[in-house]
Write a protein that binds this ligand. Structure first.
Ligand code: CUA
Length: 331
């Protein structure tokens, strides 16, 4: 494995060595030309400097060989770079026919990945090593761009259209993917973990829905809390965020809503708030929760609510007020 250099990160896909070879060809050619041109310039400036005040420059005669070579050599260099780059470009744009396809959706400001069996996960792309993977990508809002530096692949992700990107990972491990198209305030935080598994482990991972098939509800809810990006807005420690904290939220009586009325935070209220975030908005918060959570499965919604309930039970366990009078936890 190539561990990366000051210029480029490590190589973890079949395309990477080829992209890097072209990069270094341009890089070293530029250095040789730069040193040659600047060196000659400095040398001539010294050699042909004016030696005394009355000196006049001698007429310069053309040199055919010199003129032809400074046209022919750069032309050849540019053609090499073009041919080489075009071949790689075509290769990058053509996924092998046996590719494994994963659907990618970009939305402000999360990446979600859906597998052929319906397994879906947010901000974590799991792929097998040694097998071509093709990403079928679209956006539910603005233009994003999916970039995995160690794979040397990047592609814009557009609303109302599918774009594609493929790679074959050559190393197992955990890498990073970034959004590289400015897409709003949280653009710089719109990244994803890329986990490359051994083929057998990967198959197991997909079959168990991302390793969660047999998890009890509250435990699965905790996984979803992270995978679905709930943690970006809802804290578990009582601190304020874009949305209300989940600490002690479940079971709260007289939870104030933005319209002035109140509600008891029970499973039905939470369910409605997940599936239709705009229906009842907690006082002091905006109507900013994405509506795409209505695609969560029944099991996922139930598990998330079980996890929220646990966040209230914990408050009780640690000596907090009993639920009936837990108005303090409602704030
Ligand atoms: Cu999405 Cu930047």
């Amino acid at each position: 494995m190539n561990d990366g250099t000051i210029w480029l990160p490590e190589q973890a896909s079949t395309l990477a060595p080829e992209i890097d070879a072209l990069f270094y060809f341009v890089y070293w050619t530029s250095i040789v030309l730069f040193v040659g041109v600047v060196g000659a310039m400095l040398y001539f400036a010294y050699k042909y400097r004016r030696q005394h005040p009355g000196e006049r420059p001698a007429p310069v005669k053309e040199n055919k060989l010199l003129e032809i070579s400074w046209i022919v050599i750069p032309t050849i260099l540019v053609l090499i770079v073009f041919t080489w780059g075009f071949q790689s470009f075509v290769k990058m744009g053509t996924a092998p026919p046996n590719s494994y396809e994963i659907t990618v959706t970009g939305e402000q400001w999360n990446w979600s990945f859906t597998y052929p069996n319906g397994t879906s996960i947010t901000n974590e792309l799991h792929v097998p090593v040694g097998r071509p993977v093709r990403l079928k990508m679209s956006s539910s809002d603005v233009i994003h761009s999916f970039f995995v530096p160690v794979f040397r692949t990047k592609q814009d992700v557009l609303p109302d259209r599918y774009t594609y990107l493929w790679f074959e990972a050559t190393e197992t491990g955990t890498f990073k993917a970034f959004c590289t198209e400015y897409c709003g305030t949280q653009h710089s935080a719109m990244d994803a973990k890329v986990v490359v598994h051994e083929q057998g482990d990967f198959q197991q991972w997909v079959k168990t829905g991302g390793g969660v098939a047999d998890m009890p509800p509250a435990e699965y809810g905790k996984v979803l809390y992270e995978r679905q990006g709930c943690n970006a807005c809802h804290s578990l420690d009582g601190s304020d965020g874009t949305g209300p904290t989940w600490q002690g939220l479940y079971g709260t009586k007289n939870h104030p809503l933005s319209g002035g009325e109140t509600v008891t935070v029970d499973a039905n209220y939470l369910r409605e708030s997940i599936l239709q975030p705009g229906a009842k908005i907690a006082a002091g918060y905006g109507n900013v929760m994405p509506s795409n959570y209505n695609s969560l499965s029944e099991r996922q919604v139930t598990s998330l609510i079980a996890f929220m309930k646990q966040q209230s039970d914990k408050t009780l366990d640690s000596g907090g007020a009993p639920l009936e009078g837990s108005a303090g936890a409602a704030q």
